[in-house]
Design a protein around this ligand. Structure first.
Ligand code: ADP
Ligand code: MG
Length: 319
């Protein structure tokens, strides 16, 4: 099968919302008046972001999910995406699985594949997503205010459990491995929550590299610091009860474990009821874990409100 048969067979569908979809030199989209377009791109590299034995259905899901997660963090609604694939060879079974996972998520979020590129080389998947958000309503990293509550969506730290099992550093019951592996390989982009937080959250980011690192981006952009209640953060690990982890390690996984693709965001205390309502409306758990403070950096508070020293760092490709 050649390059163009491959595209036609696995990645071409008639254009829907797009003015022009796959098949020409460019795709064409008509922007909606009054909306800003939101763009983001993310690559998945074999050996770095996934193991070679990963189920291609899950890989198709994850490649798009991590991109949609960036749209969620901006409060944007997904519209379209571009797919650049570098493949070592044409493996039809692999491609069918990858396309299945990709289309399932694309359809779930009504996000249209409008073009891409296909080349030969070491397996590498790059997706660029395009969304839109009413002008002036995008959630930014830079708006956190002193006194705001700090929230996270869903659960944190579970994906890290699966990573440590893969690394041979941890052993857990099979059922826990399956659950945590699904968290790592098939994250749920928090699109509905991001959209519900428009006009409500003062800042937001998605958690791809670990809570402390991604919250750190908000704090830096907003020129503020934060206090986190460890007693509120610890229970965010959903499978904690089923893994015999020392408390310090559980806390480390919650605060620094990557691959969760949840949202961290801030909102003023007087909007607390609205934030909880946004969580309910979007079927997404939200938990308040701390407060924005003047200054810089994150202070961890124990159950008695005492500051506890820590040396946690989040993932950095070049650190
Ligand atoms: P060009 O050479 O002009 O970049 P290509 O010949 O690479 O275009 O691609 C032909 C068409 O197929 C283009 O519309 C391109 O956007 C689309 N395309 C290529 N690869 C993919 C892919 N993996 N998924 C979706 N569309 C693709
Ligand atoms: Mg090309």
């Amino acid at each position: 099968m050649g390059e163009f048969d491959l595209i036609a067979r696995f990645f071409k569908r008639p254009a829907r919302r797009a003015v022009l979809g796959v098949g020409d030199d460019c795709a064409l989209l008509a922007p909606t008046p009054g909306m800003h377009l939101a763009f983001s791109t993310d690559s998945l590299i074999e050996g770095r972001h996934f193991v070679s034995t990963v189920n291609p259905i899950h890989l198709g899901h994850k490649a798009l999910a991590v991109n949609l997660s960036d749209l969620a963090a901006c409060g944007a609604q997904p519209r379209a995406f571009l797919l650049s694939l570098t493949l070592p060879r044409v493996d039809e079974t692999w491609l069918a699985g990858f396309a299945q996972g990709l289309w399932a998520l694309a359809d779930a979020f009504d996000c249209e594949l409008i073009g891409g590129d296909t080349t030969q080389g070491p397996l590498n998947i790059n997706i660029t997503v395009i969304g839109d958000v009413p002008a002036g309503q995008a959630l930014l990293r830079s708006g956190a205010q002193v006194g705001d509550d700090i929230y996270v969506s869903g659960h944190l730290g579970d994906a890290r459990i699966a990573l440590e099992v893969f690394r041979g550093q941890l052993s857990v019951p099979e059922s826990v491995f399956l659950t945590t592996r699904a968290r790592m390989e098939q994250p749920t982009p928090r699109i509905a929550l991001g959209m519900a937080l428009r006009g409500l959250a003062t800042s937001a980011a998605d958690i791809s590299d670990g809570l402390l690192g991604d919250l750190g981006h908000i704090l830096q952009a907003s020129q503020v610091g934060a206090e986190l209640q460890t007693a509120l953060a610890m229970p965010l690990m959903a499978c904690a009860a089923h893994v015999a982890l020392p408390r310090a390690q559980q806390l480390e996984y919650v605060l620094t474990g990557g691959d969760d693709y949840e949202l961290v965001f801030t909102a003023p205390p007087h909007r607390r009821a609205d934030v909880l309502a946004a969580g309910i409306a979007s079927h997404t758990p939200v938990t308040c874990i701390g407060t924005v403070r003047a200054g810089q950096g994150v202070v961890l508070l124990d159950a008695q409100g005492r500051a506890t020293p820590h040396r946690f760092t989040s993932f950095d490709h070049f650190a």
